[in-house]
Structures are given as C-alpha cells and as structure tokens.
Ligand binder design. Sequence first.
Ligand code: XUL
Ligand code: MN
Length: 344
Amino acid sequence: MAGEYRFSFGPWNIHEGADPFGPTVRDAVQFGRKLKTYKKLGFDGVQFHDDDAVPDMNDLSPEQIIKKAKEVRKMLDGEGLAAEFVAPRLWEDPRTIDGAYTSNDPACREYAKQRSRRMLDITAALDCRLVVLWLAREGTYIREAKDSKVAVERIVEAINDMLAYNRDVRIAIEPKPNEPMDQAYIPTTGHAVALSYLTNEPNRVGVNIETAHVILAGLDPSDEIGFALAYDKLFTVHLNDQSGLKFDEDKAFGSVDLRRAFNQVRILDQYDYGKGGQFVGLDVKAMRTQKKEVATKHLSNSRAIFLRLVELVRSLDKSKVKKLISERDYEELDMLIISHLMGG
Ligand code: XUL
Ligand code: MN
C-alpha cells in the first residue's frame, strides 16, 4: 500500500527552530545532508524555493544560476530523487517589503518579474514541471495601501509573464488568508481557481492546497480539495495540521484533528490522487523543543499517519455508509466514522 503514494517535503521542513520570539535552537543541517535523509524517511520528491536550490541567487548571473541548478539536479539524480516543484521566494528581499507583483513601486515589481524568470530557469534546470506560487506579501496591512482590483490584475500579468517565459510548467497557487499580511488578495482555493481563468492559459494554472492555510481561512480542507478536484485544478497539496485560528503552525499531519485528516485522505484516495504523478506534499515543522537527532520525526510521522489513514479509508464499510446516507441517518453515520477511527 505504501508504494502507491509518493511523498515530498521541502528542505525548509528540516530547520533550526527559530520563531519570531527566539533564536535557533538546533544546528543547521547542510543541504547535501538533508538530501541524504529523504529516502531514509520514505520520501521521493524535493520541494524547492528557488534559493534552496541556488543560494544567494541575486548575486549571480542567469548563466551562473543555471549552472548551479544543474549541479543540484545531479545531486538529486545521485540520491534517486525528483524535484517536485520550485517556488519563487519573494518575501525576504528589501525590494519585496511592500509585496512583489503587487508592490506600489514599479522598480520592485520589475525585480519580482526578473526573479520569477530566474526561478523558471532553475525549474527547467532541475527538470521540473511545476511551480508553486505562495503569494506571501501580495496583500495589505491596511486596505487603503493598495488598489485591490489593480492588485489582482498585476498578479495575473505576472503569471502570464511566467507562462510565456517557460512553456513547460504549470503553476499552482498556494492560497493563504493572512500571515505575513493582515489580508491576502488570494486567500482561498476559490480565489485561486477564479484567478486562473483570468490568465492567458487557465489550464496551466491551478492550486496547491495547504491544510493549515485552509483552516486559517475558517474552511474545511477536504471540501477545498473537492472544489479544486471538480475544476481539475489540484496540482499538489501541502498537508499538515493546525490548532485553531492563530499563526500558521504547520503541525504534523493529523496531529490535531484525526477526523479532518481522514477526510482529506478519503477524498484524495477516492479520486485517485497521485495517479497523474502528483506527490503527497507535506509542509510541516518540527516542534521547537525537539532535539536535533530527532528533528525529522514530524516528517516520518506525517507520512505514517497518512498511510494509516489510507488503510482506514479503504477498510471503511462503504455499503454501510451508503445505506445510512440513503436513510438520512447522519447521527449513525457520525458514530460509524468515529467508531472506525477508534478501531471499530
Ligand atoms: C508559507 C508556506 C510556504 C509555501 C512555499 O506559509 O506554506 O512555505 O508552502 O513557498
Ligand atoms: Mn505551504
């Protein structure tokens, strides 16, 4: 059963434990050493930010960037790994303080455009066909700071530029309602799907649904997945968990609400997620309290929980479910699911 799904995570998921109120608590793990842990933990795909692949890329020429990315590609080959996606890191540079594609400053918007093109060069050099676009600072702290109609048009323009620049990629927008901004312009799956139809090639633009982001928007992750599937827009997922409406926690998958995780696995499995080559992507953080030697358990545990839930999804008595639905006995259906999750 385990072989039916392929899993991925990003190198940022093995991290030093800094948070907004405290410094790092674990030594940094060098990129090459991180790559060596993937297979051991049961993962086949690597998610990249552009500068995870090519650090300090702003100081390099386009040719140097491509050369470095090709070296990373060789490292991946050596480990038997694939690059699942590349995402432009558009939230750390001083030129992205007020947003990237939606910045009010034309010079900053130009920086974002050029950086996105370099990201696409890296994507090609890694032999990768998927881009993830987390629109981190494309929003506002106060509504009056930007024009929301113009902002959407600028995001569309930026996506069109990327679609034209690298014709091999598809772009998965990763919606998030807030953090770091007070209010993001593309907060939900529905916004991302609608935006795709404003672009020049809607069939090349879809979504990456992250559990925690959906919960922060007050929505249900499995329903958001269903919405994206109905539009054939589910290009990838970022599974994790989240305890209520607070900062983005990126907890291990299923660790807060097992039933909510079960329902995400249920809809993915029901509609053959992964059969088209999609990875089960995780975006999870180790607790800050975790010691270095055991700071990858959040990854292996999330994967194990996903696979245990696949078994539970498949062993659920479908005819009983059908019967209870036809009788409209949802109290009994509720009990059936809870009993099943509790071991029968
Ligand atoms: C931020 C987030 C990002 C994206 C990739 O909340 O989830 O790490 O997944 O840029
Ligand atoms: Mn994410």
